[in-house]
Design a protein around this ligand. Structure first.
Ligand SMILES: Nc1ncnc2c1ncn2[C@@H]1O[C@H](COP(=O)(O)OP(=O)(O)O)[C@@H](O)[C@H]1O
Ligand SMILES: [Mg+2]
Length: 411
């Protein structure tokens, strides 16, 4: 039996849905009706004359609070309390008790009731008590909603993190496969030459040995960063900048994306050790270089350069505009020393309507199978963690440059 306030209706959703529901359970008609009259203006009322009927109502309706008589024929109020808490442990339950069942009511508090009132009840007191119960319920609801939102955000973050490191690890891993095949093929060519000519001519043997050395070195680099991506904390958090640049050069050289394009990576004139995790630097650079290589299929040029800055960066020069963006400005001081890494290409550049979105997670202008929309969001996250900033500059039709500024002083 569902009794709604006479002036409300189920379809009156704006008010009905905002109203909370009070369940009144008593096996005596008198108290049932008087409670209904007291609360009908404030709440939607459900009334039951027995524990069994109350359970049915609670199963089929949302109940925010309940007022239960302790002594009822059949199922007692205390038993009903336990059953209601099984249906929804957040229902606020108030026990009504006669003088002789006060001890039982106190026990009910230990089983999750929020309050008890002795009969005959004072109207002001019961109103206050039910209103308090409803407020507690509203508070629980909003806490639950917030914690659910928090959990969803955490899940999403965990998912992103997993996807990012999985992609990175699988790229590194996939590179090792073909490289191992190359070293095997080179060895087989040597054997074939030996069989055909008795011995391999020295210059040829030299080149083949060189090829294998390079391939072995790339395998070693991949393994190094693969280990690093699995145990980032275990890896020493300092690296020689030129080591990173030469590793990136070798990894790009064997990347099919670089085929047909010109790629250069300029080391620092004087190498420096920076207190930054090498795996993270490689990850940043590879993502930027891959984007630059993918900017167009037409042959174009991509370059990586590095600069060690020991004067403060003039941030007023770097603005956030239609052809330019500065990411993580709010957490970046520009204080020296800084490492600036720049990836530049002379591809088509980035259109003004695309530029504001490029760092969004899952934003891509590439076809499915080509782009995941994760590259720049990985770069943004890594750079933010290193307290750096990213400056993007583009001229549509002429190319784009991404410069990453990272604090390079001792931490
Ligand atoms: N060097 C670049 N030249 C032109 N567009 C770029 C360049 N770098 C990034 N973009 C744009 O930014 C988008 C997002 O890049 P990213 O986050 O790495 O994802 P994805 O490469 O998977 O698309 C790209 O789809 C592209 O539109
Ligand atoms: Mg990308």
């Amino acid at each position: 039996m569902r009794l709604l306030h006479p002036s409300a209706s189920v379809s009156d959703s704006a008010t009905a849905s905002a109203r909370r529901t009070l369940l009144i359970v008593d096996d005596e008609e008198g108290p049932r009706q008087s409670l209904r009259v007291v609360f009908k203006d404030a709440y939607d009322i459900l009334i039951a004359d027995s524990g069994a009927a109350a359970i049915e109502l609670a199963k089929n309706n949302r109940v925010d609070a309940a007022v239960l008589d302790i002594r009822m024929a059949g199922m007692s109020g205390t038993e009903l309390l336990a059953n209601l808490k099984i249906i929804d442990r957040h229902i606020e339950v108030l026990m009504l008790t006669a003088y002789e069942t006060v001890e039982t009511a106190k026990q009910a508090l230990r089983h999750g009731a929020c309050d008890y009132l002795t009969k005959p009840f004072d109207l002001g007191v019961i109103r206050q008590s039910v209103d308090n119960a409803m407020q507690r319920r509203a508070l629980t609801d909003s806490l639950r909603a917030n914690s659910q939102e928090l959990n969803e955000t955490m899940d999403e973050l965990r998912h992103q993190q997993r996807t990012q490191s999985e992609i990175y690890a699988s790229v590194m891993h996939d590179i090792c496969g073909p490289l191992s095949s190359i070293t095997m093929i080179v060895e087989m060519v040597k054997m074939d030459l030996e069989t055909a000519h008795g011995s391999v001519p020295a210059p040829m043997l030299d080149r083949l040995t060189q090829a294998n050395k390079q391939a072995a070195r790339c395998i070693e680099i991949s393994r190094r960063y693969l280990r690093g991506s699995r145990a980032q904390d275990a890896q020493p958090s300092a690296v020689l900048v030129n080591q990173v640049i030469s590793d990136v050069r070798e990894l790009v050289a064997i990347n099919p994306l670089s085929k047909g394009h010109q790629f250069t990576a300029m080391p620092l004139a004087r190498d420096v050790l920076v207190p930054i995790n090498g795996t993270e630097l490689v990850q940043i650079l590879l993502n930027l270089v891959n984007n630059a290589l993918q900017a167009t299929k037409a042959p174009h040029t991509v370059s990586v350069s590095a600069e060690y800055l020991d004067a403060p960066l003039d941030l007023s020069r770097l603005v956030d505009g239609p052809a330019e963006r500065l990411i993580n400005r709010e957490n970046f001081s520009g204080a020296p020393p800084l490492l600036a890494l720049c990836v530049r290409d002379d591809g088509p550049g980035i259109m003004p309507d695309v530029l504001p979105r490029v760092f969004e997670t899952y934003f891509t202008t590439k076809g499915s199978g080509e782009g995941t929309g994760l590259g720049l969001s990985i770069v943004r996250r890594l750079v933010a963690r290193l307290h750096g900033a990213i400056h993007v500059q583009t001229t549509p039709g002429k190319g784009a440059s991404f410069t990453v500024y990272l604090p390079a002083g001792a931490k």
